[in-house]
Design a protein around this ligand. Structure first.
Ligand code: SF4
Length: 624
């Protein structure tokens, strides 16, 4: 590969690819050292693009919305956890900053092809896919692929390219039909589910993006990087060999139930010991007989591949098995305890291209609506959804994935519009923050999650600062920047949450999987990796400041799209304690939540409306 614009010693090519589908124009732009040090890459780069290029007048499904794919500086360097690629856009589900990430080798190939990011804008007049082979970029007709599910589309794109070894990101039918929880699937292995960014691809008539690269990603100090990566792996393996690598994330289900953290019966249930035992480890291994799988070069091997042959109605070809969040949202949240049915539901979501977390949330919401009499069979054309109804959930997912039938239309734009259409009080039971359905951790068990969900830039988000080790029992004083906060005490939560959000912003910009936190590493080790690959010679304060800057940039995006303090709230149900189980008599109160939120704003340097103050923005050197 020649002609790279190397403005840093390593970690980047200094090159962004832009594809405008309206006119079929392909261009390359330089990325300068100063910009890179401001945003690192990944999520930070996506926030910068939304700040600079997508005004509030541009709606999420408008052609002028941007869809940004950005790997970080560690991509393609064989570092554990670095096979992630951030995808950022204005979300069709929430209307605000939207972000998800994908694994497999897509970001790695984009990096090897010679790009630090891809920006897609415009709308093709007919379905297309983008082919990137090193620096050669083509926009290819994809009419024959339109209508295929995400798995068949991935195969179809590879065939169209002559059975190439390209990595393929694509959408299923849900993305084509602009369902607001549509996901982006990569290589039939990894799914970027949250925020509905598959619908943005669909709105651009973009079925997929195939990437293959032959370059060597630039590294400032290869010897130092290799030795740092080795030590990184040693820590990860030592800390995770007995749980994450051996059992995968299903191991978290039973501890989460015991702690009161598992969503049960759409956040109204209190205990489900028997059910958790049926869907978590070790039952998961006995029923689904999974094979451990790893993202490229990751020592943790936390993923699980499963196959189901019988019963035929739940048959699943070898593919990604349900992880903790899916087990929780499609399982305990809906009172489904049949693992094979959950595996089938997971597979259906992945194929049609919808987020498993939101799909489970929608199903639980509808089950409660039936129970409360908000919906009746007369309105749905005869279909009913009840707690634990596995076959009903499968039909429900099919309707959403195809945007067909009563539920497909009702929920196509997300839970907030659906609750408004149902009326009769449905809005008061819908569990979301800013339109994003709650992820699978109950803030009544870990109070800091209440502030985290309320303030995370994409809406209720576990990646914006949760305590992911809590379910696995790996939470420690250093791993999570606890800062004196206790799980069931709102005091100090503002600092804990701010630190964790900033660390998450750095990790999402380095594109380092947050699974590595469960392996006992933290921001110091990440700093070593960043310095080895870029040669920047940063100290810890500089990396922490970058995380603060990126969090604030994301907030500035949200403020631009209309977010204010009234949106920083959590559903009322989360203030109601349980009478029994792991979180009995525990819940943040509305008063303690409001006080913690006010302290959080002060700690962040935001005004009472929740906007970063000019002094905060200038203090973080944000110049956009
Ligand atoms: S921790 Fe798990 S999800 Fe994360 S990169 Fe490693 S194998 Fe993939």
């Amino acid at each position: 590969m020649g002609g790279a614009v190397l403005l840093t010693k390593g970690g980047y090519w200094g090159r962004v690819l832009r594809v405008d589908l309206s006119g079929g124009e392909v261009s390359q732009e330089r990325l300068f050292d100063r910009e890179l040090k401001m945003v690192i890459g990944g999520s930070g780069y996506g926030a910068k693009v939304l700040l600079q290029e997508v005004p509030a007048s541009v709606k999420p499904l408008d052609p002028e919305n941007r869809l940004v794919f950005a790997p970080g500086p560690l991509q393609a360097t064989r570092v554990s956890g670095a096979a992630k690629c951030s995808i950022v856009s204005r979300s069709p589900l929430t209307g605000i900053f939207g972000e998800t990430s994908v694994g497999s080798s897509w970001g790695l190939e984009l990096k090897r092809a010679g790009f630090d990011a891809l920006i897609v804008q415009g709308r093709a007049s007919r379905p297309v896919f983008i082919s990137i082979r090193d620096l050669v970029v083509d926009v290819v007709p994809a009419g024959a692929l339109w209508g295929l599910d995400a798995f068949d589309a991935s195969d179809g794109i590879k065939r169209a390219l002559g059975e190439s070894w390209a990595s393929v990101a694509c959408i299923g039918t849900a993305g084509e039909r602009q369902v607001a929880i549509a996901s982006i699937s990569v290589d039939k292995l990894s799914v970027g589910g949250r925020c509905g960014l598959g619908a943005v691809m669909g709105s651009k008539n973009l079925k997929g993006i195939a990437v293959e690269g032959t370059g060597e990603a630039p590294v400032a100090d290869p010897v130092r990087l290799a030795s740092t990566a080795r030590s990184f792996d040693e820590v990860l393996i030592e800390n995770s060999k007995d749980y994450l690598s051996r059992k995968g994330t299903p191991l978290a289900v039973r501890p989460a139930e015991a702690l009161g953290e598992l969503p049960i019966r759409y956040w109204r249930g209190e205990t489900w010991n028997e059910g958790a035992a049926k869907i978590g480890a070790p039952q998961y291994d006995q029923v689904l007989k999974p094979r451990p799988r790893s993202c490229p070069h990751c020592a943790l091997k936390c993923r699980r591949e499963v196959q189901v042959s019988r019963p035929a109605k739940y048959s699943v070809s070898p593919g990604p098995g349900p992880e903790y969040s899916t087990l929780a949202m499609l399982g305990s949240n809906c009172m489904l305890s049949d693992l094979k049915a959950i595996a089938k539901a997971n597979d259906l979501c992945n194929r049609s291209g919808i987020d498993t977390i939101s799909a489970g949330a929608f199903a639980g919401f509808i089950m409660e609506c039936f129970e409360s009499g908000f919906i009746t069979r007369a309105e749905t054309g005869g279909m009913k959804l009840s707690w634990g109804d596995a076959d009903g959930v499968l039909e429900f997912i099919s309707q959403i994935g195809l945007r067909q039938g009563y539920f497909g239309e009702l929920l196509a734009q997300g839970i907030v519009p659906a609750a408004a259409k149902i009326g009769k009080g449905a809005g008061s039971v819908a569990m979301h923050v800013k339109g994003l359905d709650l992820p699978a951790h109950d803030p009544r068990a870990i109070y800091s999650l209440a502030i985290s969900y309320a303030t995370a830039s994409r809406g209720a988000s576990q990646s914006g600062g949760n305590l992911p080790g809590s379910s696995l029992g790996t939470l420690s004083a250093t791993n999570g920047s606890n800062n004196g906060a206790k799980p069931r005490d709102m005091r100090h939560t503002e600092i804990t949450v701010a630190k964790q959000q900033d660390r998450a912003a750095s990790m999402n910009s380095l594109c380092l999987c947050k699974g590595v936190l469960l392996g006992g590493v933290d921001i110091e080790e990440m700093l070593d990796l960043l310095n080895a690959v870029t040669g920047w010679g940063w100290n810890l304060q500089e990396l922490v400041k970058a995380g603060q800057r990126i969090t604030n940039m994301q907030r500035m995006v949200d403020v631009k799209y209309g977010v204010g303090s009234a949106d920083d709230r959590i559903p009322e149900r989360l203030f109601q304690p349980a009478s029994k189980g792991g979180r009995s008599n525990a819940a943040p109160t509305e008063t303690s939540f409001a006080q913690a939120l006010a302290r959080y704003y002060r700690a962040r340097g935001w005004d009472s409306a929740g906007a970063p103050r000019p002094s905060t923005i200038s203090g973080l050197d944000i110049t956009w």
